[in-house]
Design a protein around this ligand. Structure first.
Ligand code: URC
Length: 299
């Protein structure tokens, strides 16, 4: 039997992590967009791989330059910026049939100075990062928005009980514990003509609200409540996926020091941590694999 021939499989290429900062300075009050953008082209690049023919290889350097050139007109929402890049590359080179464009956006807030928000001095706000991915396949566009490292905690209103016990179980049941996590969420829009900035702010607020409200019997239940809240509020969001660590806080035994500890002093462990991941979806609505391929850290 002869060996199967060795052929080229799936491929994409581009420039990763282009850090672009755009300052809008038409007015004295400047605005800042701070992004980390990755561009990857898909299409007919077989000759480059098989025989070193670069005739179809739009240089990664050109892809980087295009990101900077497009920023000159303003960035706007990360999703809209990525859609512009996708449309540009797919329409400019006939052998480019699609691609994947991803962005992280870092938030800056005005520094308060002399009792007022400063016009051009900023402080990085929060730890969380807004994320966006656009996948293009011909005329089709998938838009996935998201956030990561949205760190939240509730100091009560959470427990974990009624789980199976076996010979290795030492965890004590509780109906009063700290619940803490760093929310990573990605949601897929059903359409590409959405007010992306408005939706982002709304989804972030809904996630926080659902985390805060009610009693949490487990991080799994809280995750689902957060996802359901978002899907119930927004028809144009098809599905939402989460990856959330359970950042354990252990009650410290202060008895050796003659002290009680009624859930007041905790050891915040950084590892190991529980890791809870799930998708919250609309029944019967298919999730396009192509949209999610390459998004690491979500099941
Ligand atoms: O909310 C929780 N979910 C779990 O699956 C789990 N497992 C565990 O040890 N503690 C917790 N807490």
């Amino acid at each position: 039997m002869s060996e199967p021939a060795i052929v080229l499989g799936a491929n994409q290429y581009g420039k990763a992590e282009v850090r672009v900062v755009k300052v809008a300075r038409e007015r004295a009050r400047h605005e800042i967009d701070d992004l980390n953008v990755t561009s990857q082209l898909r299409g007919d690049f077989a000759a480059a791989h098989l025989v070193g023919d670069n005739a179809h290889v739009v240089p990664t350097d050109t892809q980087k330059n295009t990101i900077f050139a497009f920023a000159r007109d303003g960035i706007g929402s990360p999703e809209a910026f990525l859609l512009r890049l996708a449309d540009h590359f797919v329409s400019s080179f006939e052998w480019v049939t699609g691609g994947r464009w991803a962005a992280e956006r870092f938030a800056w807030q005005r520094i308060m100075a002399d009792g007022a928000p400063h016009d051009h001095a900023f402080v990085r706000s929060g730890h969380e990062v807004r994320t966006a991915v656009v996948v293009a396949d011909g005329a089709e566009r998938h838009v996935i928005a998201g956030l990561r490292d949205l760190t939240v905690m509730k100091s009560t209103g959470s427990g974990f009980e009624d789980y199976p016990h076996d010979r290795y179980t030492t965890l004590a049941e509780t109906h009063d514990r700290i619940l803490a996590t760093d929310v990573s969420a990605r949601w897929r829009y059903a359409r590409a003509d959405v007010d992306f900035d408005g939706r982002y702010e709304s989804v972030r607020a809904l996630l926080l609200e659902a985390f805060a409200e009610g009693y949490s019997p487990g991080l799994q239940a809280t995750l689902f409540a957060m996802g359901r809240r978002v899907l119930e509020a927004h028809d144009d969001i098809a599905e939402i996926r989460f990856s959330m660590p359970n950042n354990h806080h252990f009650v410290v035994d202060l008895a050796p020091f003659g002290l009680d500890n009624p859930n007041e002093v905790f050891f915040a462990a950084d590892r190991p941590y529980g890791l809870i991941e799930a998708a919250v979806v609309r029944e019967g609505v298919e999730s396009p694999r192509a949209a999610w391929d390459g998004i690491a850290g979500f099941c």
